[in-house]
Structures are given as C-alpha cells and as structure tokens.
Design a binder for this molecule. Structure first.
Ligand code: AN7
Length: 345
C-alpha cells in the first residue's frame, strides 16, 4: 500500500496531502544464513533495492513530493550522486511535475543516469563534486522557488524512518547492531530516529548500536577530518561534506556504535561475496556494510551470535560497470555440443 498508506498515521500528513504512491517500502528483510554463519552472527539484510526506483530514496521521496504538491510546488530540484535523482525523477513523472537534477559529471553509475533521463527529468551534468552540485541546487531552489527534495528537506528523513519501523515489525525487536552505509548521512540519522520512535511507543525494549560505514576515500565522519576531494568506487557515497553530519555523529555516539572505513577492494570483494554466497546483488555503496562486518569480524570486534541488520540501500543493477569490473566473463563457445561439454567440465 505504499509508505503513506501503511504508515500515514505516524507521518505529518493530513486530508490535504495528496496520497502519492508508487508502492514503495515494505521491502524484504532476508536472512543471510551462509554469510551470517561465517561471521558468527544472525545476519539480516533489508533489500532497499526492491523499492520502485531501486533504492531506499523512494521511502523519503514519496513524502517530500506529496508535501511539495500540497504546498503548491510546480517543480522539483535536487543534486545527486545518482539515486536521489532517479527517485525524484520517478515521483515527478508519476505526479506530473517537472524535475531538475544536478549530477557530478562522469561520476554517476550508468543505471541511475539512464533512470533520470528516461523518467524525463531535466538532467544537468555539473563539472564539480556532488557537494558543489548540492550548493548549486539549494541556490537554484531559492532563486526559482523550486521544491528542494534532497535530504535537507526534513520530510525525506521523517519518511525514511519507516525503514527502521519495518525492521522492528519484522523481527519483533530491534537488532543488536544496525550496519548502514554513510554518504550524506541522512539515512543513518533517519534509522536512529525511527528506532527511538519505536522504543518510545513501547514497541521495542532495546535500541541497536549504530555502525556507520564509509568508503576510505570519502570518510569525513569516520576520520573526523573534512574530505575536499572524495573518491571511491562506491560513487553513491562519494561525498565530502555530509549535510546530516551532526545527527549522524549523535546517532553513533548515543547508541554506543561506531564508524568504520572500508577500501574500494574490500567493497568490491564484499559485493561478490554477497552475490555469490547469498544470491543478493547490491550496489557498491550498499556492500560497504558487508565489507565493514568482515573487517570487524577479522578484528574480533563482532559479538558472537549478535543479531545484525544491514541496509542494502540500492540494487546492484544500478551500476553494471562496477560489477563487471570483477565479475569475470562468460565462457565463449561455438554451437557444438562438444564445445559445450568441454566448457561445462
Ligand atoms: C545506494 O543519491 O546521496 O548517508 O544523491 O545512493 O543518507 O546519503 C545517495 C546516497 C547509501 C548514502 N547507499 O545515504 C544521492 C545520495 C546508496 C546511496 C547512500 C546513498 P546517505
């Protein structure tokens, strides 16, 4: 029934809010038995790539767009490393308003670029970083009176809390550890707020430790140092100056969690591990979670038997280039059975 239908009672909507619905949310929470066993934990993965535009962004976008329409917005604008733009473009198309998206030139995965274009957004490629594109989008929003749908829009974060609510409903409790990629830091802030909601409503008795994972080349929060030139294979989280830094730092501190960094090699091996040992294909940014768990496990820092939820924020299909860089190639044969038998041996 979509996020507004399922959770509307707990969201800031009224009879004046249009009920936008692309059937986002209610994503699968899958037990990863084989990988969990290797790591010595009870491992659950939230498949946010199953959302209509293929990433978690749809959870927050649906409310941001509904509220923008309620407030009379005639167009949307955002900057994006790819997924926000795909989601904004999808919802803009669904409700019939124009959408401007600013992308860092050459740094957006192919699937995401294809989405923004085919959904019909006005796509503008900026010769600069995501952080610069975000500043420009904010100025354009103010100058032109466009609805800004990046996570600086508070409705995005409020509605992204539904991911935490769903996990608590599925498990009947909160996990011990919540492991999540961190880029602009909105999602980790939203999940922490969502868990705290459920606790304050008496629906769960304990809160998880929040473990935020950043790519080594784009790790301003994990290192505590600004990152003017972020670089990583996980282009979704190639962000040097996170908008929600403060609330993300609070989430990790209040929950007794931690930040961790992982290298590009670790991210890509984790992607292959997740696909080949769990049958789950997630984009590189999402796989930082598995890479982070492997790293913590090797350091002996993963409590045995803990229940762990990882948020797989986007589909692997978004970034075919990253996957093909390490996936191997098909065996090429002619059309004879001899060659087939040879190839199968
Ligand atoms: C797959 O699309 O920032 O820490 O512009 O696409 O809430 O930013 C994407 C971020 C994790 C990080 N995983 O979440 C954008 C954008 C995926 C993402 C993140 C993103 P935040």
């Amino acid at each position: 029934m979509g996020v507004l239908g399922r959770f509307g009672k707990y969201l800031p909507i009224s009879e004046h809010t249009p009920c936008v619905n692309l059937e986002e949310g209610s994503t699968p929470l899958v037990r990863l038995g084989r990988i969990g066993e290797e790591l010595g934990v009870e491992l659950w993965a939230k498949l946010e790539g199953c959302n209509p535009s293929g990433s978690f962004k749809d959870r927050g976008m649906v409310l941001a767009v509904a509220k923008a329409l309620e407030d009379g917005a005639r167009a949307l604008v955002c900057a994006s490393t790819g997924n926000t733009s795909a989601s904004a473009a999808a919802y803009a198309a669904h409700v019939g308003v124009p959408c401007y998206v600013l992308l860092p030139s050459g740094k957006v995965a192919l699937g995401k670029l294809a989405q923004a274009l085919i959904y019909g957004a006005k796509v503008i490629s900026v010769d600069g970083s995501f952080d610069r594109a975000l500043e420009m989008a904010r100025e354009a929003s103010a100058a032109r009176g466009l609805a800004m749908v990046n996570s600086v829009n508070p409705y995005r974060i409020i509605s992204q809390k539904t991911g935490a609510w769903e996990i608590c409903e599925s498990l009947g409790r909160a996990p011990d550890l919540h492991v999540i990629p961190v880029g602009n830091a909105g999602n980790i802030s939203a999940y922490w707020a969502g868990y705290k909601d459920f606790k304050s409503w008496g629906r769960i008795s304990s809160l998880p430790k929040m473990i935020g994972i950043q790519a080594e080349g784009a790790a301003p929060l994990a290192t505590g140092r600004p990152c003017p030139n972020p670089e990583t294979v996980a282009t979704a989280i190639r962000i040097g100056n996170p908008v929600s830094a403060k609330t993300a730092l609070e989430a990790v501190a209040e929950s007794g969690g931690q930040f961790e960094t992982v290298t590009d090699d670790e991210i890509l091996s984790a992607q292959k591990m997740l696909a080949s040992r769990a049958g789950v294909f997630a984009e590189p940014a999402s796989c930082t979670t598995i890479a982070g768990l492997v790293k913590l496990s090797r350091a002996g820092k993963l409590p045995k038997g803990a229940s762990v939820a990882v948020i797989l924020t986007g589909s692997g299909l978004k970034d075919p280039d990253a996957a093909m860089s390490q996936a191997g190639r098909p065996a090429e044969i002619g059309s004879s059975m001899e060659e087939l038998m040879e190839a199968m041996s």
